[in-house]
Design a protein around this ligand. Structure first.
Ligand code: ZN
Ligand code: ZN
Length: 166
């Protein structure tokens, strides 16, 4: 026998790239879901397999920390941070790390991120120079737009900058 039925199925989508995914890994910090693309490495910076709290035997399931959250700061105690990572709500973070108008110095290119940049954006960056933060973007992971001392602009990953003065 053959007949057509419609059934309710749960379809999972990645909060980062919007693609449908059979397996989602939740970021323990922002609680966004990451697809399993590239062996989870597309959005995930760290895997957090098991956090166990002796106090009440609470256990966290297979979670991760996304690349955006890996660059965030928090002023929680370690215990508060772990509790919040096990919880359902996003973990409070201090974000962005560097405010607009702050003077920074560029250090050196983070080659691990080379493929995240277009050739044009990559070539606009200068090293060992000072500049002021114009703004930040976080559509593809956090990056800062900088006005260099010579008036040109470029975008940088947080790992490529050093704060000179606030
Ligand atoms: Zn994705
Ligand atoms: Zn996250």
């Amino acid at each position: 026998m053959e007949k057509q039925e419609s059934r309710l199925v749960t379809v999972k989508f990645c909060d980062f790239c919007g693609n449908e995914s059979t397996h989602l890994k939740k970021c323990a910090i922002c609680k966004k879901d990451m697809c399993g693309e590239n062996g989870n490495a597309k959005h995930c910076a760290y895997s957090v397999q098991d956090i166990y709290r002796y106090n009440d035997a609470a256990r966290n399931v297979d979670r991760g920390i996304c690349k955006e959250c890996a660059g965030k700061k928090t002023n929680l105690t370690i215990g508060q941070l772990l509790d919040a990572m096990m919880g359902k709500s996003p973990v409070p973070t201090i974000y962005p790390l560097i405010a607009d108008g702050v003077t920074v110095k560029t250090t050196q290119p983070n080659m691990a991120l080379r493929k995240e940049w277009t050739d044009e954006a990559w070539s606009q960056r200068k090293w060992g120079v000072q500049g002021k933060i114009l703004t930040h973007h976080d559509s593809h992971g956090l990056c800062y737009e900088l006005r260099h001392e010579d008036g040109t602009t470029g975008c940088y990953d947080p790992s490529e900058l050093e704060v000179v003065k606030n």
